[in-house]
Design a protein around this ligand. Structure first.
Ligand SMILES: NC(=O)c1ccc[n+]([C@@H]2O[C@H](COP(=O)([O-])OP(=O)(O)OC[C@H]3O[C@@H](n4cnc5c(N)ncnc54)[C@H](OP(=O)(O)O)[C@@H]3O)[C@@H](O)[C@H]2O)c1
Length: 246
């Protein structure tokens, strides 16, 4: 079966594409739903529980002032996505979640994996990582999804708390790595989020390093009582946050 995987035509400058989020009821996923909803995307919040997804979607719609956030089971979220599915579930349930949706992908769809293998999954510290057998959580994802699904990893350094605080400009970068097609789709989608710049960090094997940035930042955040992100200097221009341009 062939499917059109182009972005639906932009209407009034807003791309009416459905982006789905596995674990969209959680901290990172819900924050992303808000920011993507505000950017004009139709967002499908996925969950293991349809009622939980539905109430998260209603809350997101109220916060964003849209009716374009919906909720459903994770497998239906994959089926609903035009091109992009974001995995935002804990490391402990990463493989289980990906396997649970394995039969619902279409060729050409893209998974953006945000998983960080924090040692908290095994009772350790949030400033430590565990090393997955495959080398990284993203490489573990590669082994758990069908070959016809392109894969990128990113958003590891974006704080859920900052995403959730919609009055606060993001004003930061996210480093992404993975397949070329996946990075193109992810960059197009995330570029719609105000104040976020996507920086290409190379092939999927770089995910080991990107995932390792999170415990580093968590330590900085604990010491400084903040939710810091990262910026790469001397690259192409960053989108200016509203607070700066106003
Ligand atoms: N939080 C952050 O600031 C942040 C930043 C960067 C990256 N990340 C990464 O993003 C991912 C999600 O983090 P989070 O803080 O958003 O996690 P979370 O809130 O603890 O969980 C996210 C969602 O995953 C599902 N889930 C939880 N436990 C599960 C289990 N045992 N089996 C299956 N599904 C389960 C739940 O959805 P349902 O119960 O509705 O199915 C939950 O709402 C992690 O891999 C993390 O490393 C997080």
């Amino acid at each position: 079966m062939t499917h059109s995987l182009k972005f639906p035509a932009a209407v009034d400058g807003v791309a009416h594409e459905t982006v789905s989020i596995l674990g969209g009821t959680g901290k990172l996923g819900f924050g992303l739903a808000l920011r993507l909803g505000r950017a004009g995307y139709t967002v499908c919040i996925g969950s293991r529980d349809a009622d939980r997804a539905q109430s998260a979607a209603e809350e997101a719609c109220a916060l964003v002032g849209t009716d374009a956030v919906t909720g459903c089971l994770n497998e239906d979220a994959v089926a609903s996505a035009d091109r992009l599915v974001i995995a935002a579930v804990p490391f402990l349930s990463h493989v289980t979640t990906l396997r649970s949706v394995a039969d619902h992908w279409r060729s050409g769809q893209v998974l953006l994996d945000t998983t960080v293998p924090l040692a908290t999954a095994v009772g350790g510290r949030p400033t430590h990582l565990v090393e997955p057998w495959h080398g990284s959580a993203a490489q573990q994802a590669r082994a758990a999804i069908p070959d016809h699904v392109a894969l990128a990893a990113g958003l590891h350094t974006i704080s859920a708390a900052v995403l959730r605080d919609m009055d606060r400009p993001l004003d930061q970068d996210t480093l992404i790595c993975g397949d070329r097609h996946a990075k193109t789709v992810v960059t197009e989608a995330l570029d719609g989020i105000e104040g976020l710049r996507v920086v290409d960090a190379g092939p999927l094997e770089m995910s080991r390093l990107l995932e390792g940035l999170t415990p580093l930042l968590i330590g900085i955040n604990i010491r400084n009582k903040t939710h810091a992100g990262i910026q790469v200097t001397h690259l192409h221009a960053r989108p200016m946050p509203e607070a700066v341009t106003a």
